[in-house]
Ligand binder design. Structure first.
Ligand SMILES: Cc1cc2nc3c(=O)[nH]c(=O)nc-3n(C[C@H](O)[C@H](O)[C@H](O)COP(=O)(O)OP(=O)(O)OC[C@H]3O[C@@H](n4cnc5c(N)ncnc54)[C@H](O)[C@@H]3O)c2cc1C
Length: 399
């Protein structure tokens, strides 16, 4: 395609993508697949080639986390597609009037369009010692694994999906594993209670020591003290959620909400030429229209594709396509594949088909009108796909 230059854009400038995670990488690849012939620069703060973050917590003790194994693209891809990948470099400022970004190596880049795909950072409350690792990067995973192999005792603070995947890995390798969760059930943010109960039983059956409704008062790298005075000793990992770092966007005057960079359904911000995608972006929820941010692999990938198409449409002066995908995510624990689609926690009208005790079940959620709005498929990947299609059909013209 031959992209024209949008009003205000610099004809010699190319497309700059900040963040070399799955959203940024997919956006870069989609720009080339869409025929964009200008400069594409992908800037990532982490060292090395872009990699699959989801691999970091799945059977951590046995996983092959070599760069080649978890790379998002083969090394030759980047040259073949003429995509300029810059690793170990951080963007420190955006000037939306001059359409430039400043990098921490002292250089600057002009852009015709800028994609913010900066993901999220682990939550680090004050009671957490700086030496306690969180799991977000490949370096974090390698360091946690080394320490865990020495201690053979894992203490996870946070009973979310990443924490449970870590616990499953330790328990599967015969190590002691404990999970401490402040709320009254596991994975409460993303799963219905019946699935929380199932996961609690699955972990307990595998020897994991679970403590819900239990706050950590203080935590160092080898010790956690709970509010009730209990002390736990082992390799401590904080898995208490992630938040987007909004400072870069805010300083540039890009509108943000408490939980993300606000974009429209074409993934464009209010600032001309600036877009956002992936874990950092808060886009109109398909059901409510309110800004909502996901933290799921498929969402980041789908948005990476969509943001590239929007950029290309804007540069060509054609209408930008609308992004409308029913959310989907998965986790893998003790060899059980669990898929989530739609909004499984949005209502209390829950039905269970099959047997959760046998890790073979479909949990479905319905709205007040009886329409399917969410599902969790335990050991039934095909059922998740069918539910997603049904939810999309129910949303009609929105998807
Ligand atoms: C351990 C782990 C396991 C997961 N497992 C699953 C799973 O099983 N299923 C699932 O659906 N989801 C899973 N997720 C979530 C999924 O990985 C994320 O939703 C996805 O990676 C988000 O992609 P992203 O490109 O938006 O952001 P990220 O992958 O976070 O990438 C953003 C990149 O931007 C870089 N960056 C930030 N600021 C700057 C800057 N100023 N300059 C330059 N670079 C910058 C960051 O260093 C980072 O490399 C998991 C997440 C983790 C951490």
């Amino acid at each position: 395609m031959t992209a024209q230059t949008a009003p205000g854009a610099d004809s010699a400038a190319g497309i700059v993508i900040i963040g070399a995670g799955t959203a940024g990488v997919t956006a870069a690849a989609t720009l080339r697949a869409g025929g964009y012939g200008g400069t594409v620069t992908l800037i990532g703060a982490e060292p090395g080639l872009p990699y699959r973050r989801t691999a970091l917590s799945k059977d951590l003790l046995a996983a092959d986390l070599s760069e080649a194994r978890i790379a998002l693209q083969k090394p030759e891809f980047w040259d073949a597609k003429s995509i300029d990948v810059r690793d170990s470099v951080r963007v420190t400022a955006i000037d939306p009037d001059a359409r430039t970004v400043a990098l921490d190596d002292g250089s600057a880049l002009r852009y015709a369009a800028l994609v913010l795909a900066t993901g999220g950072q682990p939550v680090r409350p004050g009671w957490l010692d700086d030496a306690v690792p969180s799991l977000r990067t490949r370096d974090d995973a390698l360091a946690i694994r080394d320490d865990l192999r020495r201690s053979e005792r894992l203490i996870v603070i946070g009973g979310g999906l990443i924490g449970l995947e870590l616990a499953a890995s330790a328990a599967s390798h015969g190590m002691s594993a404990s999970v401490v969760e402040v709320s009254d059930r596991l994975v409460g943010r993303v799963m219905p209670a019946v699935v929380s109960d199932y996961l609690a039983a699955l972990h307990a059956d595998n020897g994991v020591w679970l403590r819900t409704s239990s706050a950590a008062d203080s935590a160092g790298p080898r010790r956690v003290q709970l509010a009730d005075g209990t002390h736990l000793v082992g390799t401590v990992v904080a898995a208490i959620g992630a938040r987007p770092d909004l400072a870069l966007a805010e300083a540039a005057g890009v509108p943000v909400c408490p939980d993300g960079i606000v974009v429209n359904s074409a993934l464009a911000t209010d600032v001309p030429g600036i877009y956002a995608a992936g874990d950092v972006a808060a886009l109109p929820d398909l059901r409510t229209g309110a800004p909502a941010r996901g933290e799921h692999w498929f969402g980041a990938t789908d948005q990476g594709k969509a943001v590239a198409k929007s950029v290309l449409a804007d540069l060509a002066g054609t209408p930008a396509p609308t992004f409308a995908e029913v959310p989907r995510a998965w986790t893998m624990q003790y060899g059980v594949n669990i898929q989530m689609v739609g909004w499984p926690t949005a209502s209390d009208d829950i039905r269970v088909d099959g047997s959760l005790a046998d890790s073979d079940a479909l949990v479905t959620t319905f709205d007040e009108g009886g329409a399917l709005i969410g599902a969790v498929a335990v050991g039934r990947a095909a059922a998740a796909r069918e539910c997603r299609s049904e939810i999309a059909a129910g949303l009609g013209s929105k998807v």
